[in-house]
Design a binder for this molecule. Structure first.
Ligand SMILES: Cc1cc2nc3c(=O)[nH]c(=O)nc-3n(C[C@H](O)[C@H](O)[C@H](O)COP(=O)(O)O)c2cc1C
Length: 174
């Protein structure tokens, strides 16, 4: 893919909050994982864990942990990305806290782009109660949920996107 096509690909990725009922099969999940497995990570240690949820009751519990964002339960599949600093604390000390959040974030961003390439859709869910999500999923102590990705086939056309504009992002220091 040349860089123009890549920019066009990025332009077309949008957050989707309404999904068709079609389910996601195991081979699709494996493809997403293959891509995530290629993401850069702190010291190459991949200090994150991913939880797969398809159970309706669990999804509904997550809706209430996520400020009643009902579309979380409407998606056929949820992937929850958690930071796991215990995988690098010996090597990076206190820095492993931040690094593991960054690793989980990059992994989720890779997942978002891979889903887009596969013709699937998602939205990053960050507004949730961390403690409640950890309890619902019985996540081991020390791990920290960073993002919930509800995944499915798009069933809405998002409004046009507004941004700060590319130039506004950069501050040149002399
Ligand atoms: C850290 C983070 C947290 C977010 N949390 C939520 C959320 O809880 N609920 C939601 O509907 N969208 C959430 N979003 C999605 C953003 O609203 C969305 O990415 C943004 O409006 C830009 O739209 P686009 O993804 O279509 O380009 C979050 C995005 C990020 C990166």
């Amino acid at each position: 893919m040349d860089e123009k096509s890549f920019l066009e690909f990025l332009r077309k990725r949008r957050s989707i909050r309404l999904f068709k009922e079609n389910t996601i099969d195991e081979s699709q999940i494996n493809e997403i994982l293959e891509a995530i497995n290629l993401a850069p990570s702190s010291g190459g240690l991949q200090t994150f864990e991913i939880y797969q949820i398809e159970n309706k009751e669990t999804k509904e519990k997550l809706v209430s942990a996520a400020k009643d964002q009902t579309f979380v339960a409407q998606a056929p599949l949820l992937l929850v990305f958690c930071a796991n600093p215990s995988r690098s604390v010996e090597r990076f000390g206190d820095r492993s806290q931040l690094f593991s959040v960054q690793d989980a974030t990059i992994a989720a961003a890779y997942a978002q782009l891979t889903l887009h390439a596969m013709g699937l859709s998602t939205v990053w869910i960050g507004a949730f109660d961390e403690k409640q999500v950890s309890e619902i999923l019985d996540i081991p102590k020390g791990q920290r949920p960073v993002a919930i990705l509800p995944i499915g086939y798009e069933n809405e056309k998002p409004k046009e996107k507004t941004t700060r504009g590319a130039k506004d992002l950069l501050h040149i220091i002399n």
